[in-house]
Design a protein around this ligand. Structure first.
Ligand code: ATP
Ligand code: MG
Length: 428
């Protein structure tokens, strides 16, 4: 039996880079075969690279760790990120059909037209996602291929980033000895949503909110279609800085204390602690006469910042959802979703149902290591890798990596029409 191909993804976060390797079990299930993390605190701030050297060595470290576990080499990766100015806009496009059948190439044309109309250069383009189609007078079409009519209209969501930010991301990944192709830079909230949402969630209305160290990202789905993405450059690091300032302690002490006070027993992650962090309990909290008071102070400081973040999310959500009811409410992921009482806390602010996102039974293998909500985006990226890669670009076990030369690669890559099909299925 031939060995299943291995897909690779790296999630470039503001506190950690996470490399994951996985194999597709079937249409919707993945097996995680390798995972590695490394601290990016000196290299990435609010999702944007501020030190290439540190970022490159963190990427290398995480990828090596994951590759050792999976016993394979990694060359090509998809990369998740959430830095710089991100803009998502709807664009309406129409093409003439003249009473013939809609073909996959028509979808390509529609997407290309949307990019052109938005004046989007390839260096800033991230995603072109079809939302809904209309043929002549019939609207609400999810998949128009095979249907006939005089004209095809589409509403397309075009997401673009800052070309400088994207160029530096690409450069850092390449300097770490990896290949990232056009279309392989994925906006992180889309990946988080891919990992934790079902088609039902998207149909009923849901907003995924990924609160990480340096960014809070959002993606909204209504009636099965993507309605908007947002990136707020604020996250758990701001809580740590507040604590360090209020308690007059170092940031690494503040980070440790924050996690100690807000950790559920037995769930403290071993993988995401920066190397210089000791694992002992903080003397600041151990001081018996002040212990209770200190903990209350930590909670107060952290929750004040959490409230600020969630209130900003609520404001963005109100602007995006235009008063439509979200039956599935808000799904939280990211490191901050580990905070024990975050669900009731957030429900009070949003005034709608809130839950913590889980990758669930769709993921097997090293599940215990990716089950935590801060790994949702990394797992989601693997689905993007699976959907976008041609067989020749995939790593295999035992050190054998089959990178095909450019020409044969071109033949191996499915037509963009086929990829659009997958996009439609996964995103709409
Ligand atoms: N139990 C916990 N209580 C409070 N905060 C926590 C807990 N566990 C993790 N965090 C915080 O979560 C943040 C890291 O989250 P995550 O790993 O999702 O970020 P990231 O992906 O590196 O960054 P980003 O996505 O913002 O670029 C840190 O601020 C960390 O302190
Ligand atoms: Mg993240």
């Amino acid at each position: 039996m031939t060995e299943q191909p291995i897909f690779a993804a790296i999630d470039l976060g503001s506190t950690k880079v996470c490399a994951v390797l996985g194999q597709a079990l079937d249409e919707d299930r993945l097996e995680i075969v390798g995972i590695g993390t490394a601290s990016t605190q000196s290299g990435i701030r609010n999702g944007t690279i501020v030190d290439v050297q540190h970022t490159v060595s963190a990427i290398r470290k995480a990828v090596d760790m994951a590759a050792r576990k999976a016993n394979c080499q990694v060359t090509r990766v998809v990369v998740g990120f959430a830095g710089g100015e991100i803009e998502g806009q709807d664009q309406r496009v129409m093409i003439a059909l003249k009473d013939r059948e809609v073909m996959a190439t028509d979808i390509d044309r529609i997407l290309q037209e949307a990019r052109t109309m938005m004046g989007c250069s390839s260096s800033e383009l991230l995603h072109t996602i079809p939302k809904t189609y209309k043929i002549d007078e019939q609207g609400g079409i999810v998949n128009p291929i095979g249907m006939v009519g005089a004209r095809l209209e589409a509403l397309v969501h075009v997401v673009r980033g800052s070309d400088m930010v994207l160029a530096n991301l690409k450069r850092s990944v390449e300097r770490a000895g990896l290949t990232v192709r056009d279309g392989d830079l994925i906006l992180q909230p889309l990946a988080s949503a891919r990992a934790v949402l079902t088609e039902d969630d998207k149909e009923l209305g849901v907003c995924v909110v990924d609160i990480g160290g340096g960014t809070t990202t959002m993606v909204l789905y209504q009636n099965g279609a993507l309605c908007g993405v947002r990136v707020i450059p604020l996250g758990g690091t701001a809580m740590t800085k507040d604590l360090a300032a209020v308690m007059r302690i170092s940031q690494s002490d503040a980070e440790r204390i924050k996690k100690e006070v807000f950790s559920l027993p037995g769930t403290f992650p071993a993988t995401d602690a920066p190397e210089n962090e000791a694992s002992h309990s903080s003397p600041v909290l151990e001081d018996p006469p002040h212990s209770g008071g200190r903990r209350a102070q930590v909670k107060e400081v952290v929750e004040a910042r959490l409230e600020e973040i969630l209130t900003r999310v609520k404001g963005e959500l109100e602007r995006m959802r235009q008063s439509t009811y979200l039956a599935r409410g808000v799904v939280l992921v990211g490191g901050i979703a580990r905070m024990p009482d975050i669900v009731p806390f957030a429900e009070k602010i949003f005034d709608m149902p809130v839950s913590v996102g889980e990758v669930g039974s769709r993921v097997q293998g090293l599940v215990d290591q990716v089950a935590s909500p801060e790994f949702a985006s990394a797992v989601g990226l693997l689905y993007f890798a699976r959907d976008q890669w041609a067989p020749g670009e995939i790593s295999r076990r035992n050190g054998f990596v089959s990178e095909q030369p450019q020409e044969s690669l071109k033949r191996a890559v499915p037509s963009s029409g086929i990829r659009v099909w997958k996009w439609l299925k996964d995103i709409i």
